[in-house]
Unconditional design. Structure first.
Length: 275
């Protein structure tokens, strides 16, 4: 949210931006402020349908007013907080993930003028960026749930292995360092659980107490190959070029002392680098 608000201000030129995510049924809590002069807006619960942001959430489209206190187009439950911050012209954009409104972003001026296309475009771009981040977090949570299920046989392990590869790929696309760390720690636990001899778990990024050490990106590539993907498919999933994937694989095979992709996967599983 903080990143999206910074982008909105930078791209639009509006001095104030704020927003919040879903905090209950039909409620969005304002918990991020950027450029504000007071804490008046922080902690506001925006109810779907109420005020400008609630209207944008209800209609699932951007809404704007050129003079918030005097606008007949919205209800005025939040006038006190808006007046305390001195806001007049306000734009609200819903954050929609899988057809569900997950939050609202606002841009605002302290003078009563019409916000133009530049501000609208910037707010929409910021909302799309936040939507993608939330999609990634949702997918990461789903894969973690799959990964934590106890394996019941070969088919279950194949599902776990696929989840491991997807988790490693997702981790590189997650901006939140804490979430990225959680994903990689889960990957390490999955790899350790796959060892038949219950040896000490592999560390995050493929580093182990002894034996070959794979760089994080090398392990990302190998985790993709282990699920049966081609070089081109692995490259697309990881945001790399196919030639780069080939280079990583050559390095992996050299480090593991093997001569084929399949041998590399088998050795990585044997030593606990992959589940």
């Amino acid at each position: 949210m903080a990143t999206a608000l910074a982008r909105l201000r930078r791209a639009s030129g509006v001095p104030v931006a704020f927003g919040g995510l879903l905090a209950g049924s039909g409620r969005y809590r304002i918990d991020e402020l950027s450029g504000t002069a007071t804490p008046a807006l922080r902690g506001l619960d925006i109810v779907r349908g109420n005020g400008l942001g609630g209207k944008a959430a209800a209609l699932t489209r951007p809404c704007a007013v050129s003079d918030y206190p005097l606008s007949p187009a919205i209800s005025h439950e939040y006038d006190g907080a808006v007046a305390a911050e001195g806001l007049r012209s306000v734009l609200a954009v819903p954050v929609v993930v899988r057809r569900r409104v997950r939050g609202v972003l606002y841009g605002a001026l302290r003078r009563p003028v019409r916000l133009g296309d530049r501000a609208l475009s910037a707010a929409l771009a910021a909302a799309r960026e936040l939507e993608q981040a939330l999609l990634l977090q949702d997918e990461a949570a789903r894969l973690l749930t799959v990964a934590r299920r106890p394996a019941a046989g070969p088919a279950a392990w194949e599902e776990v292995r696929e989840a491991h590869g997807e988790l490693r790929a997702l981790a590189q696309r997650v901006a939140d360092p804490l979430l990225r760390r959680e994903l990689l720690v889960a990957c390490g636990r999955l790899a350790a659980a796959g060892r038949a001899d219950a040896a000490p778990p592999a560390a995050v990024g493929g580093r182990r107490a002894a034996g070959p050490v794979l760089a994080p990106r090398e392990l990302d590539v190998l985790a993709q190959i282990a699920t049966g993907t081609t070089n081109a498919q692995a490259a697309a999933h990881l945001g790399l070029r196919p030639e780069t994937v080939k280079g990583y694989l050559r390095s992996v095979m050299r480090k593991l002392g093997v001569h084929s992709r399949m041998q590399a996967v088998i050795e990585a599983r044997r030593t606990g680098m992959l589940p």
